[in-house]
Design a binder for this molecule. Structure first.
Ligand SMILES: Nc1ncnc2c1ncn2[C@@H]1O[C@H](COP(=O)(O)OP(=O)(O)OP(=O)(O)O)[C@@H](O)[C@H]1O
Ligand SMILES: [Mg+2]
Length: 345
């Protein structure tokens, strides 16, 4: 028997013996054995269900035994007191065991909920990998087709084919970089932060989104603040954030008249934070839906996963930053990313 258990058995035994001694040794005409209830309530937290039932039976037997040993006092009162005590012990044991089993059922339900939440976040993880890798993969397929076309031409256009092959390699590296960052996140590691110029990230992301913007006839305006302070950031992850925001802006203004297919990207600094704004003049969002935009799987698009903004927010928050959305006049949506200025070391 382990030491802890010996201690518990000793406590219960001593308490039981005390109640038995008081019950047997005094001639008080009160139901002294009800104090066995106290012993049972203590035991419920220490022993298994079966052991508590056994203890309750022992207490009841001791109650009867003690009544036969007590010679003083009225016999009738003794019988009534013993009856009250036995009933009280039985009812208390039953109630206490019910409470314990209800508690363990609640505990089990909570454990189940945690398991479900974990499965959900695994689902989110799978969805985020699919979402982020989808873009470079479709770019690889497009460049691969172009490469084949240039090679199949008569005569083959080797320069163009080489360019397309270079784009394939770049996009494949980008996809593998994204998967690497996601694996890092899963292992609980934060982003790989280095001194980064946000304006350069904006230009990188624009270069990557060029094909998509041309396809939709979207025009981009930039208003990048000169002398923007450096931030500490993971360049690939920040490119992912911008890529998602630009893609959403393209999608929100697709099919609208050319005058509304305009995206404005601006950067600035205020109160120790560097801000990046992506504004479009697209269809916008009903005001009451604004708080839902960052929820995983919340989408209004037929083929959408609703993961884009959720991923953006996870990345930005891992950088100590925040994201906000607003409805600009007269139309469209403005998403702001705020990131802390790199502390001077
Ligand atoms: N620039 C925007 N203008 C209007 N609505 C937007 C804009 N950006 C996001 N939204 C709204 O927020 C929702 C969630 O965006 P999110 O990027 O998370 O997912 P999605 O774009 O729907 O799906 P996916 O990113 O997989 O294509 C969108 O479905 C859309 O309703
Ligand atoms: Mg999106």
């Amino acid at each position: 028997m382990r030491r802890g258990r010996i201690g518990k058995v000793a406590i219960v035994t001593v308490l039981t013996a005390i109640v038995f001694a008081i019950d047997t040794g005094t001639d008080l005409e009160i139901a002294t054995p009800v104090f066995y209830i106290m012993v049972i309530l203590i035991a419920v937290g220490m022993f298994s269900r079966r052991e508590v039932i056994r203890l309750a039976v022992v207490c009841m037997v001791l109650t009867v035994f003690s009544a036969t040993l007590t010679r003083t006092g009225s016999q009738e009162a003794g019988v009534i007191n013993s009856g009250i005590s036995i009933a009280a012990i039985a009812i208390t044991t039953w109630l206490a065991l019910r409470v314990v089993s209800a508690e363990s059922a609640a505990y089990e339900t909570r454990a189940q909920l945690i398991r479900i939440a974990r499965v959900n976040s695994l689902g989110e993880l799978a969805a985020s990998i699919a979402h982020e890798v989808n873009q470079p993969l479709s770019a690889i397929a497009t460049s691969g087709n172009a490469c084949l076309r240039w090679l199949g031409a008569d005569p083959p256009n080797l320069d163009r084919a080489r360019l397309a092959a270079t784009r394939i390699v770049e996009d494949a590296n980008r996809a593998s970089g994204i998967v690497g960052r996601i694996r890092q996140q899963v292992r609980g590691k934060g982003p790989r932060k280095t001194k980064t110029a946000l304006n350069a990230v904006v230009l990188d992301a624009l270069a990557l989104a060029q094909g998509e913007m041309a396809r939709h006839g979207t025009v981009v305006r930039t208003d990048l603040a000169p002398d923007l302070p450096m931030i500490l950031g993971d360049r690939i992850q920040l490119q992912q954030v911008l890529g998602n925001l630009i893609l959403n802006a393209i999608e929100a203004s697709a099919g609208l008249p050319p005058a509304r297919r305009v995206i404005t990207l601006s950067t600035g600094v205020a109160r120790g934070m560097v801000h990046l704004r992506v504004k479009d003049e697209g269809i916008g969002v009903p005001e009451q839906d604004l708080p839902l935009l960052f929820d995983a799987f919340w989408t209004t698009k037929d083929g959408g996963t609703g993961m884009g903004l959720a991923i953006c927010r996870t990345i930005v928050e891992a950088h100590g930053g925040a994201m906000n959305v607003a409805l600009p006049e007269p139309c469209g949506l403005e998403v702001t990313v705020s990131l802390p200025v790199r502390a001077k070391s």
